[in-house]
Each structure stands twice: as structure tokens, then as C-alpha cells.
Design a protein around this ligand. Structure first.
Ligand code: ADP
Ligand code: GLC
Length: 481
């Protein structure tokens, strides 16, 4: 079985969030099951630089408003084959995958990701001149969302799956782009790609895909209603028989405290003694007082409203008075970044802040922290709360999406069952977060209970095995007819 996995980011080449992790780990897990999965990715400068030995496999002539481009073949470091679209005009520039250096969306994103979608559909239909033709196209998020529409109007098209990693990002563009992107004008209607007067890449994917998946069962239900459907709940509820939630896994080799090169000292479930050396290392690195006894809370996140970072900033003064320490790693919203740096200034030695994206530091944080904070207002799946559990760091989470599906609240019943793995709060406000943080800190001082909690966290199976099997079944059902 051949599957083309169209995505806009993948580790270690280019990453803004969990989609990049999933795009490397899921195809690798599917390949282990014997499926020939290959990635399709835009040729951003970071990608071209990392793949100097790529091989040219096709000239893509200008079509619609897309400039000429080249298709290259290469491999990810984990062995997954990769197709890269090289198009200087659309992709070779400074800044990030979606935005310029100032955080402003690239004005030609419709063309940039229309091209990704168009090439995916070309490869999966009669027009392709390549030897390798996929039996199925797997599209991820709005950036690949037009591929199902192109496939719908193409000859001899492969079936396709659309996976929603985050419905809040929809890729909505002015209606005149319909013609520029070469879509038939009559698909610009409510039963098609039209969404409140705009062309919506996400809606196109949801409307035309043969099947829709999202990254947790709870989120699959939530997006069929307001407000988490972000306007698309009607379509998703209408297509509910075709909507499946498949929980993400994590890269359990890259995230393993027994082998992690970013830790000060390695540790494992059977010997947690190394954790204190990591805590000390983290405290030193972040300018905190070195104190093995205080609970150390940590957050690693994009700084956005979605992630509830504002609530953590709001309760930080109360948190350090518990007493406790706090480490924050992330970037994004300028106001949140400023507020985090203000806290650093007001609570020296108690709060450590690093504004930026730093993979190595994020590993050390999971190694050194005691309690992880992830109070997301909504969370399609979330990977960080799984990383933290794997490192024996129980997370504090809001009851939403993938967080509900991966964290079990600490209480008498779940403790007795050996299932408790973190702390869940149910009211999205600072007072509830504060109460839950206090609850976590008090359990932290009960050494026996804490050890049990860490044990439950570290024995959970967050590998890709089960999810890869679910995708495999889905692919077979779609290809068979
Ligand atoms: P999302 O994709 O919505 O941002 P996830 O929890 O699925 O959320 O994935 C986030 C990923 O990005 C995790 O691997 C997390 O460790 C990583 N990450 C987020 N912010 C940073 C940062 N500032 N530095 C390093 N890694 C980060
Ligand atoms: C998105 C979601 C996140 C999910 C990730 C990978 O970024 O916000 O919850 O874990 O995609 O599917």
C-alpha cells in the first residue's frame, strides 16, 4: 500500500508545533507496518539546506497561478522518504513557514499552500508522470486542505483522508482565489469550499475528503458543536459517520529519560534518583534558587490564548507563594512574552523564563520539573502532557480534548485503580487553576502518593502502535472498495 502524507511541517526540518512531531513519527510507525508512506513538504530554505543531496524527479510546469517548480526526492533522518516542492518564488525567503519575521501571515499563503495541495492531488491522480503513485492521499490541516477538492475534480483519483490537527486555523482567503487556484467556480458555494463569503481550505478538506480524522476522540466530538467547531460544526456533524478521533502517540525513543542526551543525569522508572540532578541543573540554568524540596512547576508552550498561558501568568504570584518555583519556556503573543519577563523581574530566583523555541531546554525542563502546566482552553490532542508523563512529571490540565483522553485526575478512586496520572480542572478560570495547582503541590509533599503517581505516569503507553494500527485499518477500508 502506498500513501502520500501531505504536510506543511516535520521534525527535524521545520517545526512550529505538534504537527511536525506527528508528521515524522506517524509515517515512521506506518512504515513499520509495511505501508509505503512518503511525505510531501514545501521546500522552505530550512528544508533545502538540510537536504543537500536531494534528487530531481519532476519539472512542474506553471499551471493556474502557480509558478514553475521542481519536485525532489530525499529522506528524513528517521528513514521516511520525502518529496520536496522546490519553488523559490513561493518558499525561499526568511521568516517562518507561515509568517514573516514579525509574525505577520505571508500574503501569498493561499498560493503557497494551494501549491502543496495541488501537487499532492497531481501525484494522486491521472495527471502524474511519476512512477510512484499513491493508493491514498493523507492531508494534514488546512495547508493541505485543498487537495481533497482537487482530487474530487481529477480523473483516476486516489481516495483521501483529511486530518484536523487544529480547527482554529482554517486558511480562509478572498473568493477571487478560487479561480486563481484553478478550482471550478461552481464549487464556491455552501455545499463546497465557500465559508462566510471566503474560500476556506479547511472546509474544502472537510467537505471533499473521503474520511476525516482528528487527533483525539474527545476533540472529534467537540468539533461537532459550538464553540470548538469554529463555524464548521454543522458540516462536521452532518458528516459524523465519516469523522473519527485517533489519539496521537509520541516519539517514545526521542522522549526517553533513560537515554535523553539533553538531561544532566539519566533516570528511569526503576531508578528515579537522577531526577534531582536534573532539577538542580534546571534551577541553575534558569536562574532559580537551587532547592530540591520545593515543587517546581513548568510550562512549555506556544504563547497563545488557546494554551491558557494568560491564566498561568495571572496565578504566578500566588503559585510562588505556595511556596513553589515556576519555569516558563515559549514564545508567541507579544503581550504574554512581556508579562512573563515582568514576572521574572519581580520574582528573581523563584520564576525562570526563556522566550524562544529551544528543543534541548524543553527536554531538560521535562527532566527537571515536578509538575507540568497545560491549562489549554481547547486542545485537539496535545503532546507535551504525554512527554511530561513519560518523564514522571504529572500534568495539571483543563478538561478538554486530548487532555481528557490522556490524563487521569488524581482522586481516591483513580489512585486505588492505579490510574491517576495528573490533575484535571473543570472550570476555565484562574481560581480553578490556582486551586488545582495547590492540590498538586500538596500531593507532591506526600512522598508515597507522589511516587505512585509518577509510576502511573511512566508506565502509560504513549507509543504510536495503537494509533498506527487504527490509521492502517482506515486506509484499508478506503482503498478496498
Ligand atoms: P501545539 O502543536 O498546539 O503547539 P502540542 O502539545 O501538540 O501543541 O505540541 C507542541 C510541541 O512543540 C511539543 O513537542 C512541545 O514540546 C514543543 N514546543 C512548544 N513550544 C516550544 C518551545 N518554546 N521550545 C521548544 N519546544 C516547544
Ligand atoms: C495541533 C494541536 C495539538 C496537537 C498537534 C498534533 O498543533 O494544537 O493539540 O497535538 O496539532 O496533532
Amino acid at each position: 500500500m502506498r500513501v502520500l502524507f501531505a504536510t506543511s511541517e516535520v521534525v527535524p526540518l521545520i517545526k512550529t508545533g505538534g504537527l511536525a512531531d506527528v508528521s515524522a513519527a506517524l509515517p515512521a510507525a506506518l512504515r513499520e507496518r509495511g505501508i509505503d508512506v512518503r511525505l510531501l513538504l514545501p521546500g522552505y530554505p530550512q528544508v533545502l539546506k538540510a537536504l543537500p543531496h536531494r534528487q530531481l524527479i519532476a519539472d512542474l510546469f506553471p499551471v493556474h497561478s502557480f509558478p514553475a517548480a521542481y519536485l525532489f526526492a530525499s529522506w528524513l533522518p528517521n528513514g521516511v522518504p520525502l518529496f520536496v516542492i522546490e519553488c523559490a518564488e513561493l518558499y525561499e525567503r526568511g521568516g517562518g513557514a507561515y509568517q514573516d519575521e514579525n509574525g505577520i501571515d505571508w500574503p501569498d499563503n493561499a498560493l503557497r499552500f494551494g501549491m502543496l495541495s495541488w501537487v499532492a492531488a497531481w501525484m494522486g491522480s491521472a495527471g502524474s508522470t511519476l512512477d510512484w503513485k499513491p493508493d491514498l492521499v493523507h492531508c494534514n490541516d488546512w495547508q493541505a486542505g485543498l487537495a481533497p477538492a482537487y482530487l474530487h475534480f481529477a480523473d483516476d483519483a486516489a481516495p483521501c483522508v483529511m486530518t484536523v490537527h487544529n480547527l482554529a486555523f482554517q486558511g480562509n482567503f478572498p473568493s477571487y482565489m478560487v479561480a486563481e487556484l484553478g478550482l471550478p467556480i461552481d464549487c464556491f458555494q455552501p455545499d463546497g469550499v465557500e465559508f462566510y463569503g471566503n474560500l476556506s481550505f479547511m472546509k474544502a478538506g472537510l467537505y471533499y475528503a473521503d474520511h476525516i480524522t482528528t487527533v483525539s476522540p474527545s476533540y472529534a466530538r467537540e468539533i461537532q458543536t459550538d464553540p470548538l467547531g469554529f463555524g464548521l460544526q454543522g458540516l462536521l456533524a452532518y458528516r459524523r459517520e465519516k469523522v473519527t478521533g485517533i489519539l496521537n502517540g509520541i516519539d517514545v525513543e526521542g522522549w526517553n529519560p533513560a537515554t535523553d542526551p539533553d538531561l544532566v543525569q539519566l533516570y528511569s522508572l526503576n531508578d528515579l534518583s537522577g531526577k534531582s540532578a536534573n532539577k538542580c541543573g534546571l534551577q541553575k540554568r534558569m536562574g532559580l534558587h537551587v532547592d530540591p524540596g520545593l515543587p517546581l512547576f513548568a510550562l512549555v508552550s506556544r504563547f497563545t490564548h488557546q494554551k491558557g498561558v494568560d491564566l498561568v501568568l495571572e496565578i504566578a504570584p500566588q503559585l510562588v507563594n505556595l511556596p513553589a518555583q515556576l519555569v516558563l519556556l515559549g514564545n508567541g503573543d507579544a503581550g504574554m512574552q512581556r508579562a512573563a519577563l515582568d514576572l521574572l523581574h519581580h520574582f528573581p530566583g523563584k520564576i525562570g523564563v526563556y522566550i524562544g523555541f529551544d528543543e534541548g531546554l524543553s527536554h531538560l525542563i521535562h527532566g527537571g520539573a515536578d509538575i507540568f502546566l497545560m491549562p489549554s482552553r481547547f486542545e485537539p490532542c496535545g503532546l507535551s502532557q504525554m512527554h511530561s508523563q513519560r518523564y514522571g512529571v504529572p500534568p495539571v490540565v483543563y478538561a478538554t480534548g486530548g487532555l481528557i483522553d490522556t490524563v487521569t485526575d488524581y482522586n481516591e478512586v483513580t489512585c486505588a485503580q492505579g490510574l491517576a496520572s495528573g490533575f484535571v480542572f473543570h472550570s476555565m478560570d484562574a481560581a480553578s487553576l490556582h486551586a488545582t495547582v495547590k492540590r498538586a503541590a500538596s500531593v507532591y509533599y506526600d512522598k508515597k502518593s507522589w511516587r505512585d503517581l509518577q509510576h502511573n505516569c511512566m508506565t502509560r503507553d504513549f507509543s504510536w502502535n495503537r494509533s498506527a494500527a487504527a490509521y492502517h485499518d482506515l486506509y484499508m477500508n478506503l482503498i478496498r472498495p
